[in-house]
Design a protein around this ligand. Structure first.
Ligand code: 2AM
Ligand code: CA
Length: 264
């Protein structure tokens, strides 16, 4: 591992950056976003996304100017990818639609990656006042509480979270898959923020989560929280997780869900 890129230090920076972003998006949230007539909600949210990402980037680069920031909004000026000791995956507001509607379930997600491995992650959930955090080998935490997966239920009794892409054709295909599996699991939850869905697996609020079409800033931090709690994070086919293909559950349940999705 690169000198002076200790996971504990990176986690501290991520926590600080998340705090600053949470303060911005909660205290300066435009009123009545969903019904605003001044501008489209998308424009207003994009503005908050950009401002939050800029603040996060400022905190990170003040501490570690050589690092590379890969954010959903792409606003950050940062180091060269070839030489950066740490790559930061930043989703300033994950769960954008929830944020627009002031619906519980959006988060600030920040992960630090060294040599291709996520070593620190923070998912801050302002609605519930909870911050999930993990560093490689240090366990998964919700604030001061350590998270650890219980033995999983059978797939037939599993509560499974998922999400849908924004593109209509993809949504149609995803809904068809859901229709084929819905009678073989306990039920489905669609919360709308990938980072929080992964933390929900870690916290036992759902038994499993899968989604196609995600980017790395959506899942990097939440995946580390889930893995440190004892979950496996893999692709929908059971291989290495990759952008576009994320499945998370207790290892025994993940294998069953992979098989079910293959049939669907
Ligand atoms: P967002 O809220 O930051 O846009 C909802 O199903 C989850 O999937 C959210 O985490 C959402 O992130 C993410 N998501 C949906 N479509 C996406 C896409 N095309 N690219 C990246 N993330 C996407
Ligand atoms: Ca996102």
């Amino acid at each position: 591992m690169t000198d002076c890129a200790e996971p504990a230090d990176l986690l501290e920076i991520a926590l600080q950056a998340a705090d600053v972003a949470v303060a911005l998006i909660t205290q300066q949230r435009p009123n009545h976003l969903a019904t605003s007539t001044k501008s489209s909600p998308t424009d207003l949210v994009t503005e908050m996304d950009r401002r939050a990402e800029q603040l996060i980037s400022d905190v990170i680069l003040a501490a570690r100017p050589q690092d590379l920031i890969r954010g959903e909004e792409g606003v950050a000026a940062s180091g060269e990818s070839a030489t950066a000791p740490v790559t930061w995956w930043v989703d300033p507001i994950d769960g954008t639609t929830n944020y627009v509607y002031d619906h519980p379930g959006y988060a600030v997600s920040i992960a630090a990656e060294v040599d291709g491995v996520t070593v620190a992650g923070v998912v801050a959930d302002p609605t519930h006042g909870r911050t999930y955090h993990a560093r490689a080998g240090g366990g998964a935490w919700c604030d001061e509480t350590r998270l650890s997966l219980a033995e999983p239920p059978d797939l037939a009794d599993a509560l499974v979270a998922t999400g849908f892409a924004y593109i209509p054709e993809r949504r149609r295909a995803q809904a068809k898959v859901l229709a084929r599996i819905i009678d073989q699991i306990r039920d489905v939850r669609r919360m709308g923020a990938a980072a929080l869905d992964l933390c929900s697996v870690a916290a036992g609020r759902v038994d499993a989560y899968f989604e196609a079409g995600l980017s790395q800033w959506d899942y990097a931090a939440g995946s580390l929280v889930a893995v440190e709690a004892g979950a496996v994070v893999c692709s929908l086919e059971g291989g290495a997780v990759r952008p576009g293909s994320v499945l998370c559950a207790h290892p025994a349940l993940a294998a069953q869900l992979v098989d079910l999705l293959a049939e669907a």
